[in-house]
Design a protein around this ligand. Structure first.
Ligand SMILES: [Zn+2]
Ligand SMILES: [Zn+2]
Length: 369
């Protein structure tokens, strides 16, 4: 092996295949042989509208085998060659308050929005040596400050490909939303993210899980029911989704709303505010609209609503997600619907975005396929 083949995003919806030299592995680094790079809605967005003109090897939900490891890296992480691992996309500084809390997602070292030198797998420019900063490639470079989790025995690389949406599910619904025993929950959007939330809420003891989607989500709604959703509502055909939610909850509304929609505008937040219980509900949002005209701030105040921002996952959430996958308690194979080879990366991303192969829920890019 002399060269590493990678899919490089060179412009909006434009991929080029390039070869890079195999990086030298020092005492404190490692080389990852890629097995699965999960593709999510963020990839769809970043592929269509790249945040910069830099060439980027995308792929931020990465599972692979340690192919080569320096002595120090091996000692520090407790890993050896041949270990199957999940690599968080956050590359930490290791020194700040957030890093010490296991909340690498907030570390400045990985904050690509504000720090031009930030390192994040799937985001960092391929011009920066040693170039292999993304999972849409045969190999990925792991510096000393990568955050790596060992994949438990009995979890296949493909199943482990779900660890990112599952860990987000734990972070958003349990840690942020406070979902637990007897909670009532409204999950909006039955994509891989929403479905993962349903599993986590069910496992945590939620008494009622309502999931909303649109008419194109019919197949996903069937999977949602198999994974624990008690009621599914098609907000396109249902004349009054709010009335239906109130009917299901005997007029009480829900404790927690989780917005897992993409590109649905202000609707999910407006429905969520209305659907929350009379006082003290929590809504976890991830909208990225620059503006929200006529935001119902008075209602939020009067209903004593807590709004929280959905922002990735912590170290603990990843570990719990891996344990959840290892339990095989839920038929999560129904979520990992499609796999694609490296050459089909463009089709894979388009399909996740709803413009390629139909009925994709979770797609795995497998670079050696
Ligand atoms: Zn993602
Ligand atoms: Zn830090």
């Amino acid at each position: 092996m002399e060269k590493v083949l990678a899919a490089v995003r060179v412009g909006p919806s434009n991929t080029e295949f390039r070869e890079f030299p195999v990086p030298a592995i020092s005492e404190d680094s490692a080389l990852l042989k890629m097995e699965v790079a999960g593709i999510c809605g963020t990839d769809v967005k970043l592929y269509q509208t790249p945040p910069s003109n830099a060439p980027v090897i995308m792929g931020h939900e990465n599972i692979g085998y340690i192919a080569k490891v320096g002595r120090e890296f091996s000692q520090r992480k407790g890993l050896k060659e041949g270990d199957l691992v999940f690599v968080e996309h956050y590359v930490m500084c290791g020194k700040c308050e957030w890093c010490h809390l296991g909340q690498y997602r907030h570390c400045e070292n990985t904050d690509w929005r504000y720090n031009p030198d930030a390192v994040r797998f799937g985001y960092t420019s391929a011009e920066k040596p040693p170039h292999l900063w993304g999972g849409f490639a045969e190999f990925m470079y792991l510096p000393w400050n990568s955050v790596v989790h060992k994949v438990p025995k009995g979890v296949t690389p493909e199943l482990a490909g779900l660890v990112t949406p599952m860990s987000n599910g734990i972070e958003w619904s349990l840690f942020d939303g406070g979902v637990g025993y007897n909670s009532t929950v409204l999950i909006q959007g039955p994509g891989q993210q929403g479905l993962s939330q349903a599993v986590i809420c069910k496992q945590a003891g939620a008494a009622l899980i309502i999931m909303t989607g649109t008419s194109k989500d019919r197949a996903r709604m069937t999977v949602a029911k198999a994974l624990g959703a008690d009621f599914v509502i098609d907000v396109e055909t249902e004349q009054n989704p709010l009335a239906r939610i109130m009917d299901i909850t005997s007029g009480r509304g829900v404790d927690v709303v989780l917005d897992c929609t993409a590109g649905a505008g202000v609707f999910p937040v407006l429905l969520g505010v209305e659907a929350l219980k009379r006082k003290g509900g929590t809504i976890v949002v991830q909208g990225e609209m620059a503006e929200f005209p006529n935001f119902p701030i008075a209602k939020v105040t009067v209903k004593f609503i807590t709004i929280k921002s959905a922002r990735g996952h912590s170290y603990k959430a990843c570990e719990l997600a891996l344990e959840q996958l290892a339990s095989h308690r839920f038929p999560l194979e129904n979520v990992t619907t499609h796999t694609f080879g490296l050459k089909d990366v463009d089709l894979a991303i388009r399909s996740v975005g709803g413009h390629g192969i139909p009925d994709v829920i979770h797609a795995s890019l497998m670079p050696w396929k």
